[in-house]
Design a protein around this ligand. Sequence first.
Ligand code: AMP
Ligand code: GLY
Length: 423
Amino acid sequence: MKVLVIGSGGREHTIAWKVAQSPRLSKLYIAPGNAGTASLGENVDIGASDIDELVEFAKENEIDLTIVGPEQPLVDGVVDAFQEAELAIFGPDKAAAQLEGSKAFSKDFMARHNIPTASYKTFNNFRPAKEYLKTVSLPVIVKASGLAAGKGVIICQSIGEALDALEDIMKRHAFGEAGDKVVIEEFLQGEEVSIIAITDGENYKMLLPSQDHKPAYDGGRGPNTGGMGAYAPAPVASEEVVEIVRKDIIEPTLTGMKEEGHQYTGFLYCGLMITRDGPKVLEYNCRLGDPETQVILPLLESDLLDVLESVIEGGFAEEPVELSDDFATCVVAASGGYPGKYSKGKEITGLSDVDADYAEVFHAGTKERKGKIVTDGGRVFGVTCRGETLQKSIDRVYEELDKIKFNGMQFRSDIGRKGLRYY
Ligand code: AMP
Ligand code: GLY
């Protein structure tokens, strides 16, 4: 099979790494990829959002399967464009990807189908939103409805902060068109977990529950980032919790989408808060998570190409999706200053000292320059280690990460610690 992976982050390096293990792979392309994916296949100089060029490339190179990493091309209709050209692609079409692309859509959808989520109101205009804020209890969450690269959610401790957030989004257009609508919602207390299923719209199979670490610094302090590390399986998602998530969240989501004429296929990511009243949906994503993928795919025993192909070609219900009994932890190394200003082009050393029996280095913001690997983004790479216990996977990952250096490297030293108290 000739496979094209779309994207350039740690998630896409991990997808490429998993695909590269399949005996069925004959040729792997990554568009645009990074220095890590270049060692697994051929990087193609086409941006993840350049849909027409991606279709053209897939046609010319007779790609058998395309796997989409990030949300933007899905929300923009990359799947529809490939399908029109009779090219096989894994992911939801544009209508189904609204579950992530529009928080106004997803909140109304959950309300229509009684799927547990924070209570909310949606606004198209500033004035009524401002009036509504006078009635809410604190803290309150203000969200831009559209895609905002994970930055469009503001947790407000006072009405003043909420008004500022509203003005930023609706008047100063801090997130562009993504802020034409806002969602104001109740603050949910609890522990977060990411549960991702693979689905053909009717059948679904769950991957292991994982936990991301969004704040930049130890103890959950500092500004939110794209994610500084993850581990799986996350024990907060007990068997009992997972059962509720199946019955009250995943199944009504798939049935609801189908009933509404937007059958959902692809990865369905449920960002959940486990509250005292049970799991509630914080958000849906229409793709795999980053850095969750860096721990989930190493714990998937089945051949990813077999699984994804069965979703597209049929036979998914009978296709085994086998998961490991191990744990995995991924720690992300970021450029100094991230998620604020940071510089690029720092040489990364020690990459080849990592013990390949235990650890994988998944590149994100890296590139090759004159035979050296240098930093090229905020999140630079993640190191993932498996272990028979969570503690072992954590100990190993920090031991391996210690071998890699670049100027200004920053990482959290408490990834996975939240999970240890369950053992
Ligand atoms: P979202 O992109 O909607 O998942 O929001 C990003 C992050 O904001 C989530 O991962 C949570 O940490 C936080 N968040 C979003 N909505 C809520 C809520 N209703 N209550 C508490 N925290 C929230
Ligand atoms: N790690 C959160 C996300 O991928 O949205």
